[in-house]
Write a protein of this length. Structure first.
Length: 256
């Protein structure tokens, strides 16, 4: 199965955009065309269970990404991942290192992540709401948690729509079609040699700032950027500023 995706741009270098777990590929609207105008071929996709990509079998997101690039005839790409998409980007870089030229990780997850007591309690509350059939409240819990102070009403409405759709799709999936868990270690991550931009938001939950600390320590090519205005989803909170951050980073890596 090929992931649902969009293409823009005709440049010699490719950028792949991987969305967060509360969004789908629509979250990249503020960067998709800007990166194409900066001279890149840009791909944004919906991972399985999000947006327009259904879940029809057990799967590995990193291998789905590889299959998409193979389908498009793309050998290597700079991979930009937001939150859950950052975790998938790291897994992809470990499993298929020859396909990755650079990583940009925006408030990224990390393989093997162990949540704090506070975040675990948040997850338990989300589970309670879903099990009670109160998807509206579960959606609002996510919107209020993952968007920072820069997010206006239109952004909140979009995240609300994307998260609600993801819940509806994923709750209908049989257990046997769940993602395959990958055993990726810190040593595996330390073996990722490509340039990596590690972005942390000052208004994000503490767990993800701790992940940024860990990635900055582990990844040999890491450069850390802290955004004093950002919550968990800077690509939606300040789209133009995030686009400039990414285009500058990609220009720097191209010059290496």
């Amino acid at each position: 199965m090929t992931l649902s995706h969009d293409l823009a741009g005709q440049g010699p270098s490719t950028v792949l955009l991987l969305h967060s777990g509360v969004c789908d590929r629509r979250m990249w609207e503020g960067q998709f065309h800007a990166l194409a105008e900066a001279g890149h071929r840009v791909v944004r996709c919906d991972l399985r269970g999000f947006g327009e990509t259904p879940v029809e079998a057990a799967h590995t997101h990193a291998d789905d990404v590889r299959d998409l690039l193979d389908h498009l005839g793309i050998d290597r790409a700079a991979v930009v991942g937001s939150s859950f998409g950052g975790k998938v980007a790291l897994e992809f870089a470990v499993r298929h290192p020859g396909h990755v030229s650079a990583l940009a990780l925006l408030n990224s997850g990390i393989p093997g992540f162990a949540p704090s007591e506070e975040l675990a309690a948040w997850g338990a509350r989300e589970d309670e709401l879903i099990e009670a059939g109160d998807l509206d409240a579960a959606v609002e819990l996510n919107v209020e948690t993952w968007l920072g102070p820069e997010a206006g009403p239109e952004v909140r409405a979009l995240v609300r729509e994307m998260q609600r759709h993801a819940f509806e799709v994923q709750l209908a999936v049989p257990d046997e079609f769940s993602p395959v868990r990958l055993d990726i270690t810190p040593d595996d991550l330390a073996g990722i040699k490509v340039p990596a931009l590690v972005v942390a938001g000052a208004h994000d939950v503490p767990d993800f700032r701790a992940v940024a600390d860990e990635l900055t320590r582990l990844l040999p090519g890491a450069r850390r950027v802290d955004l004093d205005w950002a919550g968990h989803l800077p690509a939606l909170e300040r789209p133009a500023e995030t686009a400039r951050l990414l285009t500058d980073f990609l220009a720097e890596t191209a010059a290496l």
